[in-house]
Write a protein that binds this ligand. Structure first.
Ligand code: NAD
Ligand code: DAU
Length: 337
C-alpha cells in the first residue's frame, strides 16, 4: 500500500478524486486534510469515510502540514480558494491559502523527500482573444487576470522554484474548467442547473461569448493518476478536453434544452469585471507522452453526455445543495448577477 495525502479532498475535484482513487486504485491508503470552508463538505465523502482517514485542518497550519506530510508517500495538493467572483469580493483568503498554504506543503515535502503533485489551473495563462486560434501549452507565459488566478500563478512559481532550487520530486498540472457532481452551486454549470430546478431563470454574464474549455471532473482525475504513475518529475502537464469551441451561451442553451426548457429561457446579468474571454488547452503532451484520453468528450456528443449525467446528479441530490441556494443567490443578486 502507498500512503497518499489529499489536500482539499472534501471539495469538488478533491472529493471526486478520492472516489475515483478508491474505485480504480485500491493500492492507495488515503488521508484527506481539509479545512471545511464554505466550499468543503464532508458529505461529499460520507459513503467512504470508513475507507479513508479524514483530518479537519488548515494547510496554513505549518505544524499540522509537517506532521501529515511526514506520515505519507505522496501528496496530491488540491486545497485552494477556487472561485474568481469571491476573489474579487475579498482577495485575502486566496493569498493565504493558495500561496502560504502551498509554501507550507513545499517546505514539508522538501524536508521529507515526499512526492508532490500540485493541481493548478489554465487561468494562470490569462486569456486569449475570441478569434485567436492558439491554445495554451506547457510553455505559454504566465499572465493571470484575477486575484484567484494570480494567487494560483504564485503557487505554481513556488513549486517550480522548489523543483529547481531544492530538487523536490514534484509535478504540476494546469487544467481547464471542470464540471460534474459535487461542484459548489456558486459555479456556472451547477448554478444554472439548480436555478432551473428552483424555478429561477439561468444567469448569463454579459454577452456569454466567453469560452471555457470544459472537462468532466473524472477526466481531470484520470489525467492526474497518469501523471502520478508515469509523469516526468519536474514537468508540467496541460489537461483539457478539446471543448474550446463551446461558449457560455451555448452551454446555458444546452442546459435549458436538456432540462426541458426553451433554448432561450435564461437572462443576461452584469458581466464579471476583468472577465477572461477565452481559454483553450493543448493537451498533446499528456496524450502523446502518457497516453491520456478523455472519456466524457467526443466529437459526436461534445459535452452532452457529461452534462446530462451532471443534471441527473443535481436533480437526484437536492438535499446536498438546497440549503445553500438562497445564500448563494442573494450574494450574486447584490452584484446584479
Ligand atoms: P473547491 O473550492 O470546490 O474545493 C476546495 C477545497 O479546499 C474545499 O474542500 C475547501 O474546504 C478546501 N480548503 C480551502 N482552504 C483550505 C485550507 N486553508 N486548508 C485546507 N483545506 C482548504 O475547489 P475545486 O474546484 O475542487 O478546485 C480544487 C483545485 O483544483 C484548486 O487548486 C483549483 O485551483 C484547481 N482547479 C480547479 C478547476 C475547476 O474548474 N474547478 C480547474 C482547474 C484547477
Ligand atoms: O479555468 C479553470 C477555472 O475554472 C478554475 O481554476 C476555477 O477554480 C473555477 O472556478 C473555474 O473558473 P471560472 O471563473 O471560469 O468558472 P465559473 O464557473 O465561475 O464561470 C465559468 C464561466 O461562466 C465564466 O466565463 C463566467 C460565467 N458565468 C459564471 C456564473 C457563476 C456566468 O455566465 N454566469 C454565472 O452565473
Amino acid at each position: 500500500m502507498k500512503k497518499m495525502l489529499v489536500t482539499g479532498g472534501a471539495g469538488f475535484i478533491g472529493s471526486n478524486f478520492v472516489h475515483y482513487t478508491l474505485k480504480n486504485r485500491p493500492e492507495y491508503e488515503i488521508t484527506v486534510v481539509d479545512k471545511l470552508t464554505y466550499a468543503g463538505n464532508s458529505a461529499n465523502l460520507e459513503t467512504v469515510l470508513d475507507k479513508i482517514e479524514f483530518v479537519t485542518g488548515d494547510i496554513c497550519d505549518r505544524g499540522l502540514v509537517d506532521k501529515l506530510v511526514g506520515e505519507t508517500d505522496i501528496v496530491v495538493h488540491f486545497a485552494a480558494e477556487s472561485h474568481n467572483d469571491n476573489s474579487l469580493r475579498d482577495p485575502w483568503p486566496f493569498i493565504n491559502t493558495n500561496i502560504i498554504g502551498t509554501y507550507n506543503i513545499l517546505e514539508a515535502v522538501r524536508a521529507y523527500g515526499t512526492r508532490l503533485h500540485h493541481i493548478s489551473t489554465d487561468e494562470v495563462f490569462g486569456d486569449l482573444e475570441l478569434d485567436d486560434p492558439n491554445r495554451f501549452t506547457e510553455e505559454t507565459a504566465y499572465n493571470p487576470s484575477s486575484p484567484y488566478s494570480s494567487s494560483k500563478a504564485a503557487s505554481d512559481h513556488l513549486v517550480r522554484a522548489w523543483i529547481r532550487s531544492f530538487g523536490i520530486q514534484a509535478t504540476i498540472s494546469n487544467c481547464s474548467n471542470n464540471y460534474g457532481p459535487y461542484q459548489h452551486i456558486e459555479k456556472f454549470i451547477p448554478r444554472q442547473i439548480t436555478n432551473i430546478l428552483s424555478g429561477i431563470k439561468p444567469k448569463l454574464y454579459g454577452t456569454g461569448e466567453q469560452v471555457r474549455d470544459w472537462i468532466h471532473v473524472d477526466d481531470h482525475n484520470s489525467a492526474v493518476h497518469l501523471i502520478l504513475d508515469k509523469g516526468r518529475l519536474g514537468d508540467t502537464y496541460i489537461i483539457g478536453a478539446d471543448n474550446d469551441h463551446v461558449n457560455n451561451k451555448m452551454v446555458i442553451e444546452l442546459i435549458c434544452e436538456l432540462m426541458g426548457k426553451g433554448k432561450d429561457w435564461y437572462e443576461h446579468v452584469n458581466d464579471r469585471p476583468g472577465h477572461d474571454m477565452r481559454y483553450a488547452m493543448d493537451s498533446r503532451k499528456l496524450k502523446h507522452e502518457l497516453g491520456w484520453q478523455p472519456e466524457f468528450t467526443d466529437t459526436e456528443s461534445g459535452m452532452k453526455n457529461g452534462l446530462q449525467q451532471t443534471i441527473d446528479w443535481y436533480t437526484n441530490n437536492r438535499d446536498w445543495w438546497q440549503a445553500d441556494k438562497d445564500t448563494v443567490e442573494s450574494a450574486y443578486a447584490k452584484q446584479g448577477q
